[in-house]
Design a protein around this ligand. Structure first.
Ligand SMILES: C[S@@+](CC[C@H](N)C(=O)[O-])C[C@H]1O[C@@H](n2cnc3c(N)ncnc32)[C@H](O)[C@@H]1O
Length: 287
């Protein structure tokens, strides 16, 4: 069986379930990568300028919120196709309204952003969002369309590398859990979380969308994880994709195997926290 368009991580309802979880909270595992992307994409001299930033598939704002602090004079539009994600982000903005004054939100599919005017943004980002679009090229072409034609605008996309902690462990676990039936099964198509784990493909898709001077940066962060159980929630569509593949009655076996592989592959600190390694590519292209 393959991971295909019927799976949770390809659907807004799949992501709706994650919006109130602790996994995607502000300051969650994706935030340090978003800060890297901001620093790699927007030149320092723009810090106080009135630039326009679009965050596509923003989730609960792990790029939007640091960007609003780092670029206080910018105008930021945070978008996502999950209404629940945008509701959670709106709540965070409301609770911090004295500090966050430059963010608007919009529910829109990143593959077809009809509400967003062409040539209207200086920078656009999609951190670990566009990788879940069934039609990534449409998403990249939309990014190209909405950027200004001023030889300065840039797009920036974050994708997981194949050895990133959660996607890599899920795949290893799947292979081990299915080995009981005579030989571990390999996935017959890439899991959506790893859809852009190939640097050469990543660069060529950005170029096909029209971007020039494309550079794919490699970035790594070690994140301390105290408890693996919350990572294995079916609320996380990336995990639910695998639960569907192995059938729900095998979830306990899957979780046990996942934890035992994590124990064998990752070191722990003196407080028992896993030192999980997350490797990502940040692909940047100029219009
Ligand atoms: C792993 S989360 C990343 C959120 C945030 N960018 C971050 O780095 O924390 C993936 C997000 O992509 C959104 N997403 C997936 N496909 C989308 C699409 N076609 N259009 C807009 N948003 C989408 C999901 O709703 C979810 O909020």
């Amino acid at each position: 069986m393959s991971i295909n368009s019927t799976f949770s991580s390809y659907k807004s309802e799949g992501w709706d379930k994650l919006s109130d979880s602790t996994l995607l909270k502000i300051g969650g595992p994706t935030e340090p990568f978003s800060i890297d992307a901001l620093n790699l994409t927007i030149p320092k001299e723009k810090l106080n300028e009135k630039i326009r930033i679009l965050d596509i598939a923003a989730g609960v704002g792990n790029l939007t919120i640091p960007a609003s602090r780092q670029f206080p004079n910018s105008e930021i539009v945070a978008t996502d196709y999950s209404k629940c994600m945008i509701d959670s982000l709106n709540l965070i903005i409301e609770q911090n309204k004295n500090n966050i004054k430059n963010v608007k939100t919009l529910i829109v599919d990143g593959q077809n952003m009809v509400e967003i005017e062409s040539e209207s943004f200086d920078y656009c980002f999609s951190m670990f969002g566009l990788i879940y679009f069934p039609d990534r090229l449409s998403g990249m072409k939309e990014m190209y369309r909405i950027l200004k034609s001023n030889n300065q605008s840039r797009t920036s996309i974050g994708s997981w590398q194949s050895d990133a902690f959660l996607p890599s462990l899920l795949e290893k676990t799947y292979e081990q859990v299915t080995s009981g039936s005579g030989g571990g099964l390999k996935l017959t198509s890439k899991q959506p979380a790893l859809s852009l784990d190939d640097k050469v493909l990543f660069k060529s898709e950005l170029e096909q969308a029209g971007f020039k001077n494309v550079v794919i940066h490699s970035v790594k962060h070690i994140i301390k994880i105290n408890d693996l159980e919350p990572l294995l929630s079916p609320k996380n569509p990336i995990v639910d994709d695998f639960f569907k593949l192995i059938n729900y009655e095998n979830i306990d076996k899957f979780k046990e195997t996942f934890k035992s592989i994590a124990n064998s592959l990752y070191k722990k600190d003196e407080n028992g926290n896993y030192l999980s390694e997350w490797n990502c590519f940040i692909g940047i292209g100029e219009k």
